[in-house]
Design a binder for this molecule. Structure first.
Ligand code: GLN
Length: 289
């Protein structure tokens, strides 16, 4: 039990030990984040003992994290590239792996003025807003189906990029809709870039999720028995919406390079490339219409 009067060092050691006992994979990092969230200061930069109120907050956060609630949900905000996103129950947590996809996507827009960009299955909006952060002149639309996720998406479109140079508000247009039918509403050739981190887990992966991932919406993760349902729809239905030479940039699971490349090639996409994430795993597929 974290109580008032503990030194930051004592509190950190106790929280870390409890998170380790609960099986949390990065207990030292999480303990530091929870301390900072509870006390509003860096535990390594101050010897000031915890006040009773700070201790009570830290105790509550520790209990939640030990119950394997995602750290991002407890914090309520999470950094992505050079900005912060609102996040919580009902939406997929932004992940560092996805930053590589946002950077690859923005990289496809060199030489295009005011590029027209669509983020499908946007969730928090990390990809669409990530492109917008890197290319303030972009016109970004974010599509999302889940009503819970849409609340975070709307808030992030309104405020996540406020204060970044060159940004106007809102940073993106938010549309409620389903990837499997939304293509029918698009003007042929009207887009320069489509970016997406769709659900991509297989039935087998869904049956053996880490406890934290099991708290995230299944709707943002599950993609049919073979994990490819969304890539099939993307490959088959979204090429016409891009101008000739426009780019499709997708996050993929680390074992999906061949399968997704095959689907795209069969549907007539060209210039297909793969990029790796910071962990060296295949994470991003780029293709041209
Ligand atoms: N990267 C997530 C995971 O491994 C999956 C995200 C997704 O399906 N788009 O849990």
């Amino acid at each position: 039990m974290v109580t008032g009067g503990l030194s930051p060092r004592q509190a950190l050691a106790q929280v870390q030990a409890r998170l380790e006992a609960a099986g949390c994979p990065d207990a030292d990092f999480d303990a530091w984040e929870l301390f900072r969230l509870a006390a509003g200061r860096d535990p390594h930069l101050s010897d000031q003992p915890l006040s009773p109120a700070e201790a009570q907050r830290l105790e509550q956060f520790t209990a939640r994290r030990a119950g394997r609630e995602p750290l991002q949900y407890i914090c309520g905000r999470w950094p992505f590239l050079n900005f912060e996103l609102a996040v919580g129950p009902g939406v997929l947590c932004p992940r560092a792996d996805t930053e590589v996809v946002a950077e690859a996507a923005a990289g496809q827009l060199k030489g295009v003025q005011n590029p027209r960009v669509l983020d499908l299955c946007a969730g928090t909006g990390c990809l669409g807003l990530g492109v917008k952060a890197l290319r303030p002149d972009a016109e970004v639309t974010c599509l999302e189906k889940s009503p819970e996720a849409l609340q975070y998406l709307r808030e992030n479109a309104r405020s996540a990029l406020a204060g970044l140079p060159g940004q106007t508000r809102p940073a993106a247009r938010v549309v409620e809709g389903d990837l499997f039918t939304y293509w029918q509403t698009l003007t042929p050739g009207g887009l320069d870039l489509i970016v997406s981190n769709p659900p991509y887990l297989t039935g087998e992966e869904m049956a053996s999720l880490q406890p934290e991932t099991a708290r995230e919406p299944a709707m943002a993760l599950a993609a049919g028995e073979d994990g490819l349902d969304f890539y099939r729809a993307l490959a088959d239905h979204y090429k016409a919406a891009l101008r000739p030479g426009g780019a499709l940039v997708l996050e993929i699971g680390w074992q999906q390079r061949q399968a997704v490349t095959g689907l795209l090639a069969a549907a007539g996409w060209t210039g297909i490339q793969c990029r790796q994430d910071y962990g060296g795993n295949d994470r991003c597929i780029i293709a041209r219409a």
